[in-house]
Design a protein around this ligand. Structure first.
Ligand code: NAI
Ligand code: NAD
Ligand code: ISE
Length: 337
């Protein structure tokens, strides 16, 4: 059985996901695409040699009889309406992060999914599928470093476009850590604070960069997360968990260890598409497998909501300079493990 997939938003990640479904994964076929920029959708169809219809509107694509499942990879502010539309049509939907740009928007999706009575939504948080994060989690869960006490994280991009504004450091970038650290520590957040170090000269006037997010979890773990999106030198993701009896570090991506010209060197990646390429493959294969088995198992709409609540609090903290509480709704039993 081949799952017929429609892709809404054929930009950087939409095109990349369409490529992996077509060339790398099994069990899925892209049969429909849509983008507000129609020429871009047509270009992706041509470039990948897809046998896919180009739709003028994302909602029409969702309604199409020959579309079994939908990938929402358009701009973040459009996610909520497309996910709600897919749920209303009773179709499985994989939505890139953020699930919605506000916690309220995510809750609308949670409520619609619960009312539908069936898990239809998977959020594109790929880090729990990354081998390195899985090794970290295994070490923590096996008690190899004792109880986690502190986590030091860094999320560095070489650069970002000038459309990137200060709040995006949270809603677009830190959201990955806000998601994966809940999963890693099996915890939720209590408070957040954002502090601003000296600003780099390699940024736009309107952007505060770098930023440090300070988080306290409900279990009392303290997290410091550096967001630095114009670091120049590479795409660098760091995570170090300090426990009572040891420290567990996220492994570096595999790279040739080179001894030459009096130097010992490894490469640092520069592109997010490469850094988590295996995790993107595995998460989407898992989505396709979940549809085949009528049971999704990846990040849920509730996970999307939880990350968005923390993100909302961080954006408030960016503006207030204060420690802000993270207040979540009660989790519907529908999302119990
Ligand atoms: P992009 O700007 O390259 O692509 C977005 C595409 O959506 C554009 O082609 C745009 O024309 C289209 N679009 C916008 N509004 C639309 C609408 N109403 N209907 C149909 N198409 C519409 O952006 P990119 O980098 O591909 O990001 C897309 C989403 O994926 C974002 O939510 C972003 O946060 C997420 N993302 C996730 C990553 C991850 O690591 N999981 C990495 C990069 C992006
Ligand atoms: P499980 O799937 O029974 O439960 C995992 C719990 O973690 C669920 O409550 C789920 O809601 C939550 N969770 C899942 N993704 C999350 C996220 N992104 N952020 C926050 N919470 C999240 O337990 P398991 O079988 O031990 O799975 C552990 C994790 O492994 C899963 O959560 C998933 O992300 C990951 N996974 C990996 C693969 C793979 O092939 N590598 C496949 C499926 C799941
Ligand atoms: C981008 O949207 C992503 O999701 C990348 O993973 C992240 O590193 C980057 O900062 C975001 O802009």
């Amino acid at each position: 059985m081949t799952i017929r997939i429609g892709v809404i938003g054929t930009g950087a990640i939409g095109a990349d996901h369409a490529r992996r479904i077509t060339q790398t994964l099994s069990g899925g076929r892209v049969v429909a695409v849509n983008d507000v920029n129609r020429a871009q959708a047509e270009a992706v169809v041509a470039r990948l040699g897809l046998d896919a219809k180009v739709y003028d509107n994302g909602h029409e694509l969702i309604q199409a009889d020959d579309v079994d499942a939908v990938l929402v990879t358009s701009w973040g502010p459009t996610h909520e309406e497309f996910v709600l539309s897919a749920i209303a049509a009773g179709k499985y939907v994989f939505c890139e992060k953020p699930l919605a740009t506000t916690a309220r928007g995510c809750l609308n999706i949670v409520e619609a999914e619960v009312a539908a009575g069936k898990r239809l939504v998977q959020v594109g948080f790929m880090r729990p599928y990354d081998k390195g994060y899985q090794l970290l989690k295994q070490a923590i869960d096996a008690g190899r470093i004792g109880e986690p006490l502190m986590v030091h994280c860094a999320h560095r991009n070489p650069t970002v476009p000038d459309s990137y504004v200060t709040s995006m450091a949270i809603v677009d970038t830190a959201i990955h850590e806000l998601d994966v650290l809940r999963w890693l520590l099996d915890d939720d957040y209590k408070t957040v604070q954002v502090v601003y170090p000296k600003r780099t000269r390699h940024r736009f006037e309107h952007l505060a960069d770098p930023q440090i997010v300070l988080i306290e979890t409900r279990k009392g773990v303290r997290i410091d997360l550096e967001i630095f999106v114009n670091c120049q030198y590479g795409y660098d993701i760091q995570c170090s968990v300090v426990g009572e009896t040891g420290v567990a570090n996220l492994p570096e991506p595999q790279s040739l260890l080179l001894r030459t010209e009096a130097k010992l060197a490894t490469n640092i990646l520069t592109d997010w598409k490469q850094r988590f390429i295996d995790a993107y493959d595995i998460e989407l294969q898992d989505f396709i497998k979940g549809i085949e088995q009528q049971q999704l198992s990846g990040p849920t709409a509730w996970d999307g909501y939880a990350a968005a609540v923390a993100a909302d609090a961080c954006v408030l903290a960016q503006e207030s300079g204060q420690i802000e509480p993270v207040v979540m709704a009660e989790r519907p039993t529908f999302y119990n493990k």
